[in-house]
Ligand binder design. Structure first.
Ligand code: FE2
Length: 808
């Protein structure tokens, strides 16, 4: 069948994979020609051309009927060509897929008269197609399993076409098409839509080559998920964007895990910062508030209460609360009741999802809305402090194991912080007590020392005012008061008035030293008057305080000592108050003694004056008979005193000597004046009369109870040592010393003075007289003393030559 000249063509045909075959159209079409490359199917051309096999019989049984029918339809339909694919079975039983490209040759009637096919073995193509299909299928499966949807975006139709697992509803494997706009409106929450549209626009405009966007999606069942969309543009040869391809991945679980991890990390960070804060807080009340606030914040609740055990752990008192239980603050309940009771008993967290149905709930209308209730016990070592309660009134998601583990850690940290605060407070209290005890001891010692010093100052100062104010200043300084005031009670005024005060020590107290009236300060006044000390403010609304102790002299409320403080008065102990009482008593007693001394002195001075007046009156009485006697007696008094001084007599005896001198001639009052003042010599009788004045003086003066031997001295002043004197002729030591001194002074004064009846005889004569009779009439020691006086002070007998008197 193949022309010889066409050997080269035959060779071409033989090397081609396409087998040419044809024949006439008959009922059972026979093959008229076939190219040699039919050998590709294990046949020789003769097998077909000689009718050993037909093409129809070579078609694989399952495909044969369909192929026959389709080819017949093509032939009868008037089509010029027909393409079919079916399998051929080779003589070795191998099945080969072929593509049959058939042309019909038709006659004038249009009926096909011949056919010609090009058979092409499509085993390789089918293999690759199957492989590609399998790859696509496995990719789809992988995408479906991994929750990834691979898509292509077609801008002309605004459509997505994709396969894999559509993450919104989980559809997988089949290809899905969506109009982008509709899809997005359905699945993307509106707040996120604008953001995603914007990034999409950037991609389409070629601004970026790759983009990854995460956004939430709303699922048809109403739940919410998360997807990650990675997209990149498809570009033509000129770099223009023709579409987009990308992957959409379900990242819901990843996102949730990440959120959970973030929340857990946040929770741990919160726990850490709360724990640090709690550890630094050493004030119990402030710490309790902090624990409560932290617990509520940590749990994300708005309600909580922190309660402390009291009365040996039998009672639980609600210390602080937020939210629901704020009205419960201050209330107590038995420590064994309810969930708190169980938490304390079992020393573990107690939790219920619905308190309203909890078996051991406490019936209280305030608890009716509580659903979730968590009670954490606070304890450390042997110490149970109390509980923290956290309450919710609705659903509370997120109370997982991690949450509770963290909450337990929180409770443990809070308990340690409470233990810290307890230890701190205990040690502070002990240190404080020690310091206070030392301070009290020191204050007590300082007060005692000041009290002793004040007592010394009272004795050492000549000036009483200075003594008192110095003593009070010392007390004020030692006590740290601004001022110490000694107030004397004036019952007639109904007030205590400042008697003395001293500044020193603390800040000056801004009050004057006005009286403290019983009416104005009843509390202070009445307390002190009843013998008790007073520590506190002077008045209810007055700044500063006083510490006051009363003074009683005998059983009489004399007054009080008040220490004025700018701030609060110290809490003096009984011992310290005793020290103050002693100091106050010393001050008051000194004042009382001084006043008594003053009265005695005043009385003495008054008495002295009266006495002097009496003595002077006696002189005047004598002076009425003999005016010169007054001056005589006064001069004798001066001289006698000087003699006594030289002889070493004490002041008391000297005073007695002066009195004796002033009245020694008082007896002359009984002698007629004319004898006393008679000029010239006296008759013996007259002289005898004169001599009676010594005894008369005695008689007058003995009626007076002098503290000195005044009367006796007057009787003896004319006695002489040798017994030559009168009236009794006493001798030597029988005569009083006062009388012996008087005798000398009397003679010296009489001889030295002028008298009406004679002029002065002169000092020399007087001296000669006493010197001449020294040891006979006169006491030698008195004479010597008199000589000493006259030698030192010759003018002592003043008025010499001015007056005359008949010898006394
Ligand atoms: Fe005389």
């Amino acid at each position: 069948m193949v022309p010889e000249q066409s050997v080269s063509l035959d060779q071409v045909i033989l090397s081609s994979p396409a087998v040419l075959i044809g024949g006439r159209m008959e009922e059972n079409p026979r093959v008229d020609f076939v190219t040699g490359n039919i050998s590709l199917f294990g046949l020789s051309p003769d097998d077909l051309t000689e009718g050993r096999v037909t093409l129809d019989s070579l078609i694989f049984g399952e495909d044969r009927e369909e192929a026959r029918r389709a080819l017949a339809e093509c032939a009868s339909s008037g089509a010029a060509e027909c393409v079919r694919e079916y399998r051929l079975v080779t003589p070795t039983g191998e099945t080969r897929p072929v593509r049959d490209y058939r042309i019909f040759h038709r006659g004038g009637t249009g009926e096909p008269c011949a056919w010609q096919s090009t058979l092409l073995d499509i085993s390789d193509r089918q293999y690759f197609e199957r492989a590609a299909r399998r790859t696509e299928e496995s990719l789809s499966s992988v995408l479906a399993v991994s929750g990834v949807w691979a898509w292509e975006y077609l801008p002309e139709t605004d459509e997505f076409v994709g396969s894999g697992c559509f993450p919104v509803d989980g559809r997988g494997k089949e290809k899905l098409r969506f109009f982008r706009k509709k899809l997005w409106e359905d699945i993307i929450p509106s707040p996120d839509l604008a953001r995603i549209e914007e990034s999409w626009a950037h991609l389409l405009e070629g601004d970026c080559r790759f983009s990854v966007v995460e956004h939430p999606v709303l699922r048809p069942d109403g739940t919410r998920g998360w997807v990650s969309v990675s997209a990149s543009p498809c570009l033509d040869e000129r770099g223009r964007v023709t579409g987009l391809t990308g992957l959409t991945m379900d990242i819901t679980s990843l996102k949730e895990a990440r959120l959970k991890a973030d929340s857990q990390a946040g929770r741990l960070e919160l726990l850490r910062s709360m724990s640090l804060g709690m550890m630094e807080d050493l004030d119990t009340d402030s710490l309790l508030e902090r624990i409560l606030r932290s617990a509520v914040e940590f749990a994300g609740s708005g309600n909580g209460v922190i309660s402390l055990l009291e009365q040996g752990g039998t009672v639980l008192r609600h210390k602080f609360a937020v939210g629901l239980h704020e009205t419960m603050v201050g209330e107590t309940r038995p420590a064994s009741a309810g969930m708190t009771g169980q938490a304390l008993r079992e020393r573990r967290r107690i939790f219920t999802k619905d308190y309203r149905t909890w078996e051991g709930r406490i019936a209280d209308p305030r608890f009716e809305s509580i659903t979730v209730n968590i009670v954490l016990p606070l304890f450390h070592g042997p110490h149970d402090f109390g509980t923290v309660g956290i309450h919710f009134t609705g659903e509370c998601p997120g109370l997982d194991d991690l949450f509770f583990a963290s909450l337990d850690q929180f409770a443990a940290a809070a308990s340690i912080a409470l233990e810290n605060a307890r230890l701190h407070e205990t040690s502070q209290r002990e240190i404080g007590e020690k310091i206070r005890a030392e301070g009290r001891l020191f204050a007590h010692a300082a007060l005692a020392a000041a009290s002793a010093e004040a007592a010394g100052l009272l004795l050492s100062h000549d000036h009483r005012g200075t003594a008192l104010s110095s003593a009070l200043a010392t007390l004020s300084e030692a006590s740290g008061a601004g001022r110490a005031v000694l107030l004397r009670n004036m019952p007639e005024n109904g007030a205590a008035e400042a008697a003395a005060w001293g500044e020193g020590g603390g800040l000056p107290y801004p009050v004057d030293n006005g009286p403290v009236c019983a009416e104005d300060y009843p509390l202070v006044y009445e307390r002190l008057a009843s013998g008790r000390a007073y520590l506190g403010p002077l008045k209810q609304d007055m700044r500063g305080g006083i510490a006051a102790v009363p003074v009683f002299i005998g059983s009489r409320f004399w007054g009080f000592l008040a220490l004025f403080f700018q701030g609060e008065a110290p809490r003096y102990s009984a011992g310290e108050l005793d020290v103050l009482r002693t100091a106050a008593y010393n001050l008051a007693a000194s004042m009382v003694r001084w006043e008594a001394d003053d009265r005695v002195k005043e009385g003495y001075e008054r008495l002295q004056k009266t006495f002097d007046d009496v003595i002077r009156t006696m002189g005047f009485i004598v002076g009425r008979k003999d005016p010169y006697t007054i001056e005589h007696q006064e001069r004798v008094a001066v001289l006698a005193r000087e003699i006594g001084t030289v002889m070493g007599l004490d002041p008391w005896r000297l005073e007695g000597l002066r009195i004796c001198s002033l009245v020694h001639d008082v007896g002359k009052v009984e002698i007629p004046g004319e004898i006393l003042s008679k000029p010239g010599r006296l008759s013996p009788l007259e002289f005898e009369l004169i001599k009676t004045h010594a005894r008369s003086g005695y008689d007058i003066l003995k009626e007076v109870d002098f503290p000195w031997p005044v009367a006796e001295a007057a009787r003896q002043h004319h006695e002489r040592m040798d017994g030559s004197g009168y009236p009794r002729g006493l001798k030597g030591e029988e005569i009083l010393l006062e009388a012996r001194i008087l005798a000398v002074a009397d003679v010296v004064e009489a001889m030295s003075s002028h008298r009406p009846y004679r002029p002065s005889l002169g000092i020399e004569a007087s001296v000669a007289e006493i010197r001449g009779k020294r040891g006979t009439a006169f006491d030698p020691s008195v004479v010597d003393a008199c000589m000493e006086v006259l030698r030192k002070n010759p003018e002592i007998i003043a008025g010499e030559g001015k007056s005359f008197r008949r010898g006394g």
